[in-house]
Design a protein around this ligand. Sequence first.
Ligand code: FAD
Length: 508
Amino acid sequence: MEKKVIIIGGGLSGLIAGSYLRMNGYETEVFEMHSLPGGLCTSWQKKGYTIDGCIHWLVGSGPSDNFYNLWNELIDLTKLSFVNHEVYHHVEDAEGKMIRIFCNIDRLEAELLDKAPEDARLIRTLCRAVRKLSRYNFPNDKATGEMNLADGLKFLTRTIPCLGIMRKYIHMTASEYALQYKNPILQKAFEHMFVPEMSVLFLFFTLAWMNKGSAGYPVGGSLAFARLFEEKYLQLGGLIHYSSKVKRIIYSPYEESIVASGIELENGEIHSSDIVISAADGYSTIWEMLEGKFLDRKVVSVYHDFKLFPSYLQVSLGIKGKLDVPNHCMLLPLEKPVMIDPETETGQLQVLVHHFDPTLAPEGSTLVTSLIPTYYAEYWTQLKKNEPEAYNFEKQRVAGILIRLLEKRFGIRQEHIEMTDVSSPATVIRYTNNRNGSFEGWLLHPNTGFRRISKTLAGLNNFYMIGQWVEPGGGLPSCLMSGRNVTRIICKKDGRKFRNRVYRLTGT
Ligand SMILES: Cc1cc2nc3c(=O)[nH]c(=O)nc-3n(C[C@H](O)[C@H](O)[C@H](O)COP(=O)(O)OP(=O)(O)OC[C@H]3O[C@@H](n4cnc5c(N)ncnc54)[C@H](O)[C@@H]3O)c2cc1C
């Protein structure tokens, strides 16, 4: 009889693990609290618009990166249409001076040297590093722990040329890096392209993935992308239960040890299995579903030392007519700094104009979104719970900040706006249960560097964790690696050869 695996969470990690496990002959059931697949990788509909809530770029969208082959084990990337932007980011100051972050490294170098000659030395060092990283591919076929001496040597030989870059920049935040520049627009660009507190190495790698044309956006948006993984999983014979929130992971004594043996849903239903995998939020898995019973020093130190990606408000506007903009993604200054919530002040907004995906807006209209980071999720959840009117008022106030900016910069008037939508950290938590509404789990941070997180818990057998809470840096490639690697580990334990596709039986 096939071994049965229960997977908690139908985000990308859960669906991907489910698919690989099915390819390897395991019976699988996914339990997802929401009514949809995808978790954070999602989109939603409002007044004829599809508001996209996730993918800006997908590492491995093109064959120049070895993630491309892994994605193709699950979905046929050649059937998707990817947009590779010419300019990733456009940063302006109050006088209208602007610098463009081109995806192609030669064009980026020319632009930066032209606009900020005072920073020529740093610009040249950056571009040299990005060119080098563009030739680097993360080893991603085997799980850590499975690698033998030959794999280790291959990895080392491949990594040595980039080791100096990795060592230097993993220990520097984007803010610290930005401050080295004299040009104030470049400072802003590097500080706010991602998260200021994040290790700047991530920025270098992202520029490299863009340079080699392997960080495209899939037309159709994030939920359509997630649906492809749901479809694959179901085709492989996996089961998925929506609107099924897991309350507790059940464990029982077996021989000399304790093994995970199933789950209890919030509605009291019990489901048994041989193995349990949690692809859900790490904190709630360890401290709520397992009641903090399987803690050791390592786990506690991760939850103490690691920093989270922030949460965010997403303001989305549907605008009648085609908004004429110089570039699709712009960092625009506000007239003066504004408070987003009692702990978050900002002097600029990122404005994303989605013309590059015509499926998201009605013909002739424009979808504009702005992601505004905040670490103060608690404020938004408490406001929603205790003062729903004030919560709605605050969301509209934040939308007003974006509207006034678009009025001033592009002459948009209130009557042009036919759709307004604001999601807050409370929305992220309600739909995904992610700790503090974090949008990508653990930040790649100078203090924690490349430190790894264990996928198992001390004293609990037949239990694994996958997804962004055990893969610092998060992101969709982590979901892929995590789901694939856990399957490799389970197969190895069961003495099976890992299979990355379904093999036809002779004669069938
Ligand atoms: C705005 C935004 C932009 C992003 N941009 C990019 C990008 O451009 N490129 C990129 O690679 N990544 C991007 N990411 C990050 C990426 O979306 C995430 O890292 C990834 O989707 C995480 O997937 P996951 O399956 O690990 O976790 P999640 O997506 O959080 O999935 C966990 C699932 O578990 C479910 N769950 C939680 N608790 C329970 C429970 N008790 N019972 C049952 N189900 C439960 C949740 O509902 C959820 O569906 C972005 C994220 C956001 C929010």
